[in-house]
Structures are given as structure tokens and as C-alpha cells.
Design a protein around this ligand. Sequence first.
Ligand code: P6P
Length: 346
Amino acid sequence: MKPTNPRLAKKHTKAPKKTLGEFIIENQNQFGYSTGELSRLLNAIKLASKAVNHEVNKAGLVDIIGSTNQINHSNEEQQKLDVFANQVFKRALINRQIVCGFASEEEDDFVVISSSKNNSQNNYVILIDPLDGSSNIDTNASVGTIFSIYRRVTSSDKPVSESDFLQKGINQVAAGYILYGTSTMLVYTTGFGVNGFTLNPALGTFYLSHPNMKYPSSGNIYSINEGNYFHFPKGIKKYIKYCQENKNGRPYTSRYIGSLVSDFHRNLIKGGVYLYPSTLKNPNGKLRLLYECNPIAFLSEQAGGAATNGKGRILEISTEELHQRTPFYCGNKAMVKEIDNFLKLS
Ligand code: P6P
């Protein structure tokens, strides 16, 4: 009998990668109170992300890039794909009657979802940035969807109210992002670590490609829009100069895509820190606490990192209003600590 080629033999014996659907089912009992609702919610997000991915990937070919010439409440120009992505996620979640409330960067106020079924079936609210970094769309740079999921705090026999959304980040039951990049990835946590899934576009299936994601023990990448340098707090100006000094023979590396999900994802894999301080134009910072910073902060801490506003944990910040902004520093724990110290000492 011909000797088996060990290389081929090894290749054919590799276990097939787990799909996102299998992973969700396998881990749904981590939730004492989940009746499979959270799994259905994550599956709805998975489905919506494929529809958005399809449009993002062909954006240059159809009339779906560029601005709608509408301004959202954040005073930012709504890109056509922003509006499209928002509709896709909203429809996917409402049609399945899995959530009792929906909030989005593209919606002025939260959307009450009164289910025809007994409301007690829908115990979750979701907050999303449907297409973060969308100003990059017509330059073919990566963009992403960010989502944050809470269990409602008001009685399920009443429609959802603002207090269900204005919860501290520490109450999140799940958070994640979809990165529409060179490959499309869905990365999420339910409080038991961070796992990354890569879409096989030929099959339309997400496969577990990055199990138990953790920051490297150290990092040397800093991501910040240095164009705002003159308006940064003194401590951040000093920190930027510190990054440019030789440490262990070399300075830190500056990388900034202008898309939070892309910059965060790269820093998580390679080790680094993302900074969006207060500026003259955005004295409270530019990023939104509820649907950008809290979900990314949850992921960062679950991956062994940290996320602060320069004074304390992002996840502990009290929320006063839906589109609240905050300064945001997120990445390797040691690098975030360095930033906090520069801010404290200045
Ligand atoms: P700037 C995109 O609009 C975003 O919210 C983040 O994704 C990104 O990191 C940041 O703003 C970019 O802002 O002011 O540097 O263009």
C-alpha cells in the first residue's frame, strides 16, 4: 500500500472549524437566564451583517456610496450605506421580535418594539453604530458595525423606556463588531472572553478563526488623529511626544485608519492603544459612549486590556443621554495606564 503522504494526511485530518452558529449554541447555557433569546439575537446580527457586507463589498459598483445630503443628530453627514446598514439591522431585529428596543447612531431617539407576542419574550435592548467609519466608504477603507446588548431593566409588561438604554457599560450582556475589511469578521463577547469569526463568502458562513482573543503582553502602536494636536489636553500632547521618543531603542509606531473598529482590531492583534481625547470641536470627545465606547471597552477588558476616559473605567460611566460623548482611551492595559498617568500629572 502506498505510504500516506504525512503532509496530506495531516491536512485531511484537521478538524473542520466551528461555525458561529455552532459556537453560539454551544455557549448559550453560559447564560443562566437566557432562554435562547440571546442566541436568536446574535443569529439575527449574523444574518444582517452578511447583507451589509454584500452591499459594502460592491459599494463602488452601485449608487450606494456617497452622502444622502442628510445630517443626523450628531451633525454628521449620513452616508447612503449608513442609512442602508441601519435599516438592515433594524429590520432584522424587529422582524424577529427578539428585542424590545433598538437605538442607533442613525436614529434620533430609541425605537420601541412592541411585540404582538407577549412582551415577556423580548428582554433585550440593542444599541448600534450601523456603519462606523463610514466617511471612509468612498476610499475603500475598512468600516464596521458596532453593537451593544443589555437586558431590559423595566417590567416586561410595559413598552421599553429610556432607562433600559441608559445603563452603565458594566451591565452589557453582549457586545461586538463586524469588520468589513480585507476579510469580513464578526468579533464578540458575552462576558466569557472574546472570539473572532471570519466569513467564508463562498459559503456565507462565519467560522471561528480567532478563539479567545487576548492583547499581546505589550504594545507599541498608538492610534490618534494628530491633526488635532494643538487642541489636545496637555497630558495627551506630552504622551504623543513620549510615544515619539526612543524606548528600548525605538519610538512607538503611529497607525490611524480613522475607523474605530479597524484601529481597535489591529491594536488588539498587534498590541497598541487608541486615543480620541477631547478637542476644541468636541470638548467631551467625539465618540459615543453607548454604541461605540461601551461595547469596545467591554471587548477590550475581556481581552485583557483596558478602556478609560482618562479618569476612570469607561464601563463605569453613568449615562445621562442616548448620544452622550466621552473622551476614549482603549488598548493594552499598560499603555492605557501610561496615558492615564500623563493626564493625571498634567
Ligand atoms: P476623526 C468615525 O467617524 C469615528 O467615529 C471613528 O470610527 C474614528 O476612529 C473617528 O470617528 C475618526 O474621527 O476626527 O479622526 O476623523
